[in-house]
Design a protein around this ligand. Sequence first.
Ligand code: NAP
Length: 489
Amino acid sequence: MNSILKDPSLWREAALIDGEWIAATPHGTTELRNPANGDLLATLPRCKEEETTNAVLAADRAFRKWRTTTAKHRSQVLYRWWQLIVENKNDLATLITLEEGKPIAEARGEIDYAAGFIQWFAEEAKRIRGDVIPSSKDTQRIVTLKQAIGVCAAITPWNFPAAMIARKAGPALAAGCTMVVKPASQTPLTALALGELALRAGIPAGVFNVVTGNDTRAIGGVLTSHPLVRKITFTGSTEVGRLLLQQSASTIKKCSMELGGNAPCIVFDDASIDLAVEGILVAKFRNTGQSCIAANRVMVQDGIYDALAERLANRVSKLLVGNGLDDGVQIGPLIDSAAVGKVAEHVSSAVNAGARVLTGGQHHSMGGCFFQPTVIVDVTPDMTIAVEETFGPVLPLIRFKTDDEAIAMANDTEFGLAAYLFSKDAVRIWRTSEALETGMVGINTGLISTEVAPFGGVKQSGLGREGSQYGIDEFLEIKYLCWDGLSND
Ligand code: NAP
């Protein structure tokens, strides 16, 4: 299977611990299958407590040296990693499409996005600064240092197999931390290829480790309880985030959580319909709807509801569904049959409660993990499809009359990750943006992710921010030096 890559040595079926490829463990293997056709892609060694502990110990040994390297050195090494990721973009994108299913053009876009975090934090490494604070005593000086927190454990989801790792490893390594990555068991190949490129870039053994297999609880148990792990950085569902926070409480780890969303998208009467259509399509159907910031509930004001619904249904009915490696495909398979079952259930329960399907609504004729791109109208806020994250190619449209009604509906959820709004009225845009209880607001756009801006949620969508000048703070501790005994004589 590795012959599909230009550089077959990026295909690794082994865990990466302390710079060594561990091809077998005593616990057997986990099979990895392509969601587009069910084909066996790879078999990965199963790591359990022992291997995860070894990775933590290796990361701790490596930390003792890595933390003392100069910021300039770490910056240069990260730059080399960034360059190698960019040079190997097509192979990395192929791995993403094979294991995750997204169309290859989107997978290449994900590599650009992921590489952007490594480049950004290569730059930020050199900008970690403390302060000199005026003291209230003339014999005293007060200074702060920012220091790497230590060994970090990254637990990442399958939906962005490269970007979710880069968003964490970039700032962690720039700060001087080391890392044990537990990628989703459905998408380890991309993580392992990033590990191979990290070694080639000169990132020392033990600084970036990857554990494999589907013994998720065993691996997670070690990562959240081992005293040498000082930080958990997690992206995934709110349910698992809550569990990891509980488990991390026993050793009081610093935790960052990028969790689930239920993004509202509000389209006001005065919006540009063209911008709204393009924005909604990208916000909803990117990665076949499997994005934490996917527009999960699109609320459209009464005056343009029918016209917008028709335009969207027309465009959605033309989206090309297929194997993500095939030319021109816009919608790939969902990650697994459980995901398809959830999407089908959300659609049927909405229809049973009075919603109408304008296009799609069924399993796709390709079978397996494919579902038709769908638009549903007459959705109401109490329907499951508007309350839970659907994580699939289904666009539900809710009607509203007043601005206050839309804002109240948007905020009526425990989630608070992203929101979108479409309008040309500056007063309305400010008022609505300030009232929305989310960490991010897209205004007249459906594409908000970039390494230069702080990504993260409020409420039960998360703790902390990734990317931007704030992202590196999550991997640093502030130490304050109170220096007395200075005489003015
Ligand atoms: P998930 O089920 O929460 O899994 C995420 C990661 O956690 C995977 O590596 C998974 O491992 C691991 N995990 C699950 N149970 C665990 C446990 N008991 N102990 C330790 N690790 C455990 O989420 P997902 O289905 O992969 O991803 C979809 C979710 O992620 C959605 O809710 C989405 O909104 C969210 N997400 C959020 C962001 C953000 O930035 N806020 C970005 C992307 C996705 P296994 O794969 O081995 O089960």
